[in-house]
Structures are given as structure tokens and as C-alpha cells.
Design a protein around this ligand. Structure first.
Ligand SMILES: Nc1ncnc2c1ncn2[C@@H]1O[C@H](COP(=O)(O)OP(=O)(O)OP(=O)(O)O)[C@@H](O)[C@H]1O
Length: 232
């Protein structure tokens, strides 16, 4: 469970989140939808404690947060293997100096199998397809045994097959009782992916079942079209 209460976040003059209140439930997949600049990444950073809200607060249950970043925020030339990235999920319990133990290796192997990347474990991360890159970071979250998973645009640059694998995986992880929050521009994938949807435009415009979120009047507001209707 994550609870966000009246959060205001700002970068200098730019108001990124304006009085955002939300409860994100475990056990289901919640989609986070909004246009570019609507505050999705800022909300993730606030949940992870990387952006400090000017007002309001974030409450969450115990356990760590697994984060799958936007692809453009990762240095894919960095000389690490898929296995190395997934092992990073164990560092929280490892400490920086302790060497991985059998249980850590086992957790990494299980996570790799779960995302179907066992055969790619020794590859440098730059040599992966878009879908395999995403699955590597999902595996890191699994190895970490994160109770909360935040995914920033996991379907960008991903083919249909990888998309289907990731959707299935996220649904399984949610069914295990995790809290799963996924930002996406891919409205077509939403009904398969998400149970609930948050429509964000600096504020929460809507939070509820996916079929209601996708109603034209809600999407029009989320994507700023209300400006033309004189409602803004
Ligand atoms: N480090 C920063 N410094 C200044 N302004 C920022 C910074 N990061 C984000 N912003 C601004 O804050 C607002 C919200 O940005 P944010 O990245 O949260 O949006 P987003 O919904 O994730 O967008 P996208 O879909 O393009 O990733 C935007 O107006 C953006 O320009």
C-alpha cells in the first residue's frame, strides 16, 4: 500500500505535482497515465524519496521499492551483464562489501528464469533488445523481493511478445500481493495491463477502474483538451 497525501512538488518555478492525494492498493496493477510533463516521473521520484515534496507526505508499508527506469535514463554501454544488474537487487540485503551468498545467487537465478532471461544472463546489457532490457530490470525488482514495483514506461520500444510477457509478469507479481504502479502512454495496452488507472495532469483527475478511465471525456481532460472547451 502507498498513500500520498496532499503532495506538492516543484522544480524552481515549475509546479510538477499540485496537491496530489492517492491510495495505491496492493494486489492489483495500477496504470499511471498522463501526457508528457504531467508529473508521472516526479510522482515516482517522490514515492522513492528522491524528490522531497514541498508540502504533503508519502506513507508506505514496510519493504523495498523496485524501480524499472525509462530506457533513456540507463547507460546501456556500462560494462555490466544481465546477471550483474539483477544481483544489484540483492545489494540492499548484501551490504556493499559482503559477497553474494548461495541464497543471493539462487534469488538471481529464480528472477532470471521468471523473466525468461536465463539464457542471456552473461550478456552485456547493451546487447539486449528493448523488451529484454525491460525484463532485466523487472528481474532486479523480483530478486530484491520488492513489495512495491514502479515501472516508468515499460512498453516503450518493446515488441508485442515482450509486452505480453511483461504484462503477464506484472499481473502475477500483483496477484502475489505486491503494489504495482506502471506509467504508460500505451492506452491500447491498458485494459489488459491494469485494473485501476490514475489519470494525472499535475493533479489527480481520475482514479478508478480502467474502463471508466478510458472514457473519452476523462482522456480529453487528461490530455489537456479541456483547454479548448473553456473548462481549464
Ligand atoms: N529536474 C528538473 N528540473 C526542472 N524541471 C523539471 C525537472 N524534472 C521535471 N521537470 C518539469 O516538471 C514537470 C513534470 O515532469 P515529469 O518528468 O514528472 O513528467 P512526466 O509526466 O514524467 O513526463 P514524460 O511523459 O515526458 O516522461 C515538467 O514540466 C518538467 O519539465
Amino acid at each position: 500500500m502507498i498513500r500520498v497525501e496532499h503532495v506538492v512538488a516543484r522544480y524552481g518555478e515549475v509546479l510538477a505535482l499540485d496537491d496530489v492525494s492517492l491510495s495505491i492498493r496492493p494486489g492489483l496493477v495500477t496504470g499511471l497515465v498522463g501526457m508528457n510533463g504531467s508529473g508521472k516521473s516526479t510522482l515516482f521520484k517522490t514515492l522513492m524519496g528522491l524528490v522531497k515534496p514541498e508540502r504533503g507526505r508519502v506513507l508506505r508499508g514496510p519493504g523495498s521499492i523496485g524501480y524499472v527506469p525509462q530506457s533513456e535514463h540507463v547507460d546501456w554501454a556500462f560494462p555490466v551483464s544481465v546477471r550483474d544488474v539483477v544481483m544489484m537487487g540483492r545489494y540492499g540485503s548484501l551490504g556493499l562489501t559482503r559477497r553474494p551468498r548461495a541464497a543471493d545467487h539462487r534469488a538471481v537465478a529464480d528472477a532470471l528464469a521468471r523473466v525468461e532471461l536465463t539464457d542471456h544472463a552473461e550478456r552485456q546489457i547493451g546487447q539486449l533488445s528493448g523488451g529484454q532490457r525491460k525484463r532485466t530490470f523487472v528481474a532486479r525488482g523480483i530478486a530484491q523481493d520488492a513489495r512495491i514495483l514502479l515501472l516508468d514506461e515499460p512498453f516503450a520500444g518493446v515488441d508485442k511478445r515482450s509486452e505480453a510477457t511483461i504484462v503477464r509478469l506484472l499481473r502475477e507479481l500483483a496477484a502475489d500481493g505486491r503494489t504495482v504502479l506502471v506509467s504508460t502512454h500505451d492506452l491500447h495496452a491498458l485494459p489488459r495491463l491494469a485494473d485501476d488507472v490514475v489519470l494525472l495532469l499535475r493533479r489527480v483527475l481520475f482514479h478508478g477502474p480502467v474502463d471508466e478511465a478510458l472514457r473519452p471525456e476523462n482522456l480529453a481532460r487528461a490530455f489537456g483538451l479541456d483547454v479548448f472547451e473553456g473548462v481549464a
